[in-house]
Design a binder for this molecule. Structure first.
Ligand code: DQA
Length: 145
């Protein structure tokens, strides 16, 4: 089983960036957390982070035929990017949306998630733990298919 975990813009600044919202854990810490969980669950994982919408679209397209599922935190592109929504729909792989913060209780402009419309499940407001729950959920979903 192989997952690709995609993180969008400004998530590379975790730890430094608005710690009162996103926590004090660094992006490197998040990546090693994801790798540890995948290793424990016997899942092969590739990590990708970009600040560029087109690069994220390219990475989603590359998942077609090469990955079993996608875990994505599109960050601010969640609320703006129909291109990312379309890419997720195009590859038609099971995808899970993750947000460190609870987008549902934040500003009104964060209430719409385009990417979420192509995802089977969303985990928001759980910090790093949301990625762990996403990995376990996707694994179980694929095993039961
Ligand atoms: C985020 C929430 C988004 O609204 C925001 O633009 C981000 C991070 C989160 O993980 O909580 O950059 O996706």
């Amino acid at each position: 089983m192989k997952f690709v975990v995609i993180n969008g813009p400004n998530l590379n600044l975790l730890g430094l960036r608005e710690p009162e919202i996103y926590g004090t854990g660094t992006f490197a810490a998040l990546e090693s957390y994801i790798c540890r969980i995948c290793e424990k669950e016997c899942i092969a994982v590739e990590l990708f982070q970009s600040n560029h919408e087109g690069a994220i679209v390219d990475r989603i397209q590359q998942c077609y035929g090469t990955a079993d599922g996608i875990i994505i935190n599109p960050a601010a592109y969640t609320h703006t990017s129909i291109a990312i929504l379309d890419a997720l729909k195009a590859v038609a792989l099971p995808a899970i949306e993750v947000h460190l913060s609870d987008i549902h209780t934040r500003e009104e402009f964060r209430q719409v998630s385009y990417a979420g419309m192509a995802c089977i499940k969303t985990f928001a407001g759980l910090g790093f733990e949301g990625y762990r729950q996403a990995i376990l959920y996707l694994k179980e979903y694929l095993e039961q298919r």
